[in-house]
Design a protein around this ligand. Sequence first.
Ligand SMILES: [Fe+2]
Length: 395
Amino acid sequence: MYYHRLGKIPPKRHTQFRQPDGSLYKEELVSSEGFSGIYSNLYHIHPPTRIKAADDPIAFGPKRIEDYSLRHIHLNTSNVTATGDDYLSARKVLLMNNDCSISICSPRKRTMDYFYKNAEGDEVLFIHDGKGTLTSQFGKLDVRQGDYIVIPRTVIYKIEFEAGPLRVLIIEAASPVETVKRYRNQLGQLLDSPYCERDIRPPHELVTDTSKGEFLIKIKKQGYLHPYRYDHSPLDLVGWDGFLWPYAFSIHDFEPITGRVHQPPPTHQTFQGRNFVICSFVPRLFDYHPLAIPAPYNHSNIDSDEVLYYAEGNFMSRRGIERGSFTLHPGGIPHGPHPGTVEKSIGAKETHELAVMIDTFHPLWPTTDALEFIDPKYPMSWTDQAEGFNEVNTP
Ligand SMILES: [Fe+2]
């Protein structure tokens, strides 16, 4: 993201940095893409390599359905209040390919008695409902409704949520999740884009836990959770600096780009990963050409699958699409506005919708966990005109 630091660090990298008892702090370089991507230097009280035990792995992962037929999919998760017991067991991966997976997570337990580390993927949490605190080796980060929380792989963390409704959309990426390249200048600074560095919230308070005991870290890698036990807290840092750290960006801080005619989805792009993008559809003025049609045109995805997660807005007047619905419009077949909605959209001045879109450049598979949410009527919903569809906004 950009350079940031918290706590104490020595003036020079890779030099002697001593604790009050005269022993050295233990430096750890956390780097992405080998040594070529962004990185941070962490300074531990204890060696990060010193473990007490590495227990047997536990299978953890979705089962994809490879022979699901080519059709539009609507997953209605609106009635779900809890998807499982805790932060990990409540993760239900619904759609996936080799580049990313898309999950919902509504845990009953609001605290974690272990730490979690995703060793193979960056995670983006979209906080649809909920509020709390993410505590990682990089410090405390406030978690608010509407936040995207971007957590680079290998960050050790736990999240505590407050009581109340809790619904999290999780996008896990096999590649680094980054701000959009065309939004940045050659040195990485965000230009006149829909958001800038001021909208990014870094960890704000370092936690230095010197306690000893038994600390469990569940490490996700290659379809398993690997339980590691340490005899010291993993939050034993006295300082860190660098570009690699978890951060928050609120969807409410995304400034929409509008125009005289319908703006294409890339104007809504928020993040990029390898072979996928994440876009934010936020409240905005509609197109202002005198003959503008606010409803989107029919659209054939030549080389992408398009997932929309409906967070807030007037899509609720559309049959079946509710707050918490997902739609997948796969590449290879066209999708577009429902019957009657194009004429109905003419003259509309603004939309209050809030939605997250994930476009993938390789096909997605539904998982066995998605089956219970599938709306069987959706693939025919452009043909059946009897029900009076009323969707105008989504792409
Ligand atoms: Fe589309």
